[in-house]
Write a protein that binds this ligand. Structure first.
Ligand code: BDR
Ligand code: CA
Length: 311
């Protein structure tokens, strides 16, 4: 039997983060060591509450939630309110969250796990990279125990927060730069890939047909998310970004990748936060990442729906 991949899921919930949590907690292929929370789609108190709400609603009580960092390393804070609303998870009515955060900060938790892991831990980072960068700065020796950092963030093409930049990278470009420079294996699952995970009416129908409490909650979240994406981007079938990373850890066939040089633009111009991807190796500089190119959307939805069905 294939061994479970040990994963720390770093999130800023967020509707698609919420679905990523539900998928990661349900999958038998993953050993979900903990959920670490960062500010991003909303401020830290809100993203933390949202992680607690999701775990409460889904009955995820055996995975710790660890509150992390409330502001980016250098830049001023930005949020994803225009998509995720004032709470960061607008749409559903949540009952009081009884799942509490653990008594340890996210960065401490990451470092403790990494120090103890002799067989490597994968970090699935689907929010701004502040927590991850801080952990790697504080104890650089733990890099040896990082199996891989799989990032939802960046874009080879156009951005979604600015013309050039994707939200997670734009929200903390300096942290992203540090992560791409650390020398640990980084996989970038950017907008080029996640835009292929379209939430269509047919997908909504399949969720409705499953009809358990978690798919019902997912439907409520996605209804709201579809409405804000329509308003903000005039998209009928919005991308479900963050679960793409989790699905890739469950089955590598979901995303094809290409190794290349990725640099985060830190100049304070219109390209600030852009991931500059050297697809053709023109720079001759050292390759530092695998970049997602194509998503098998059929397999992606199969993995997601078959796991949500388990609740
Ligand atoms: C990313 O930004 C956030 O709004 C989403 O949760 C996702 O992680 C997409 O650009
Ligand atoms: Ca996110």
């Amino acid at each position: 039997m294939k061994e479970e991949t040990k994963v720390i899921l770093d999130v800023d919930p967020g509707h698609d983060d919420a679905v990523a949590i539900l998928l990661a907690a349900a999958s038998e292929s993953l050993d979900l060591r903990g959920i670490t929370v960062v500010a991003g789609n909303q401020t830290l108190p809100k993203t933390t509450l949202n992680a607690r709400r999701i775990c409460t609603a889904a009955g995820i009580t055996d995975v710790g939630i660890y509150e992390g960092t409330g502001s980016p390393l250098v830049r001023d804070q930005v949020t994803g309110e225009f998509i995720h609303g004032g709470s960061g998870l607008d749409g559903p009515e949540f009952s009081p969250a009884y799942v509490e955060v653990r008594d340890k900060g996210a960065v401490d938790f990451m470092l403790d796990e990494l120090m103890e892991a002799d067989d490597g831990i994968t970090i699935a980072a689907v929010g701004p990279l502040t927590n991850v960068a801080l952990a790697l700065i504080r104890e650089p020796q733990v890099k040896a125990n990082v199996e891989e950092i799989v990032v939802m963030g960046g874009s080879m093409g156009i951005g979604n927060y600015t013309a050039a930049a994707e939200f997670n990278i734009f929200a903390d470009p300096e942290a992203a730069h540090l992560v791409f420079e650390t020398g640990v294996p980084v996989t970038m699952v950017g907008l080029d890939v996640t835009r292929q995970a379209e939430i269509t009416p047919a997908i909504m129908k399949r969720l409705r047909e499953i009809g358990n409490r978690v798919t019902d909650l997912t439907l409520e979240m996605l209804d709201y998310y579809r409405s804000t994406y329509k308003r903000a981007f005039d998209l009928d079938n919005p991308p479900l970004h963050d679960p793409c990373v989790v699905a890739y850890l469950i089955d590598r066939e979901v995303i094809t990748t290409k190794a290349m040089r990725v640099d985060v633009d830190l100049n304070s111009g219109i390209d600030y936060g852009r991931t500059v991807c050297d697809y053709y190796g023109r720079s001759g500089r050292e390759v530092n990442a695998k970049v997602g190119i194509e998503l098998s959307s059929e397999l992606f939805w199969e993995i997601l729906l078959s796991n949500l069905e388990k609740y």
